[in-house]
Design a protein around this ligand. Structure first.
Ligand SMILES: [Zn+2]
Length: 131
């Protein structure tokens, strides 16, 4: 069983999360530059299977990156909200304190290693997929 985070550790993790948030927002902005998501999706549908195959798959990668970024951004924002609420650093599943070392590697995580590996074993579904 780990100890709760100290104020200094919490502050460090908050800084990490804020940096990550800024980074993702910058990346999302780049991906979308000059093109809305709807236009982007339509273009993929139109070009799929056509002579523009290579072009199309490049765009799909862009879109996938952007989707992934959004998922991550949501997680980072949720983690920041948990810090504000004083609930950060505790496992969503079992309520234990997640070790600082783990949080530092993966600040948006909401689950301890034990719960996470149980999930991977049982369901094959990983709710927080970055680790
Ligand atoms: Zn747990």
């Amino acid at each position: 069983m780990s100890k709760p985070l100290t104020a200094a550790q919490l502050q460090e993790l908050k800084t990490l999360l804020e940096q990550r948030k800024a980074e993702i927002e910058g990346r999302l902005h780049e991906v979308r530059d000059g093109q809305t998501r709807a236009e982007h999706a339509r273009e993929i549908i139109q070009t799929r299977g056509s002579v523009e195959r290579q072009h199309s798959s490049d765009r799909e990668v862009d879109l996938a990156l952007s989707d992934r970024g959004e998922v991550e951004l949501t997680r980072v924002e949720a983690a920041l909200a948990r810090i504000e609420a004083g609930a950060y650093g505790q496992c969503d599943e079992c309520g234990c304190h997640i070790p600082f070392e783990r949080l530092k590697l993966e600040p948006p995580t909401q689950h301890c290693v034990a719960c996470k590996s149980r999930w991977e074993k049982n369901a094959g579904v990983v709710p927080d997929s970055n680790m």
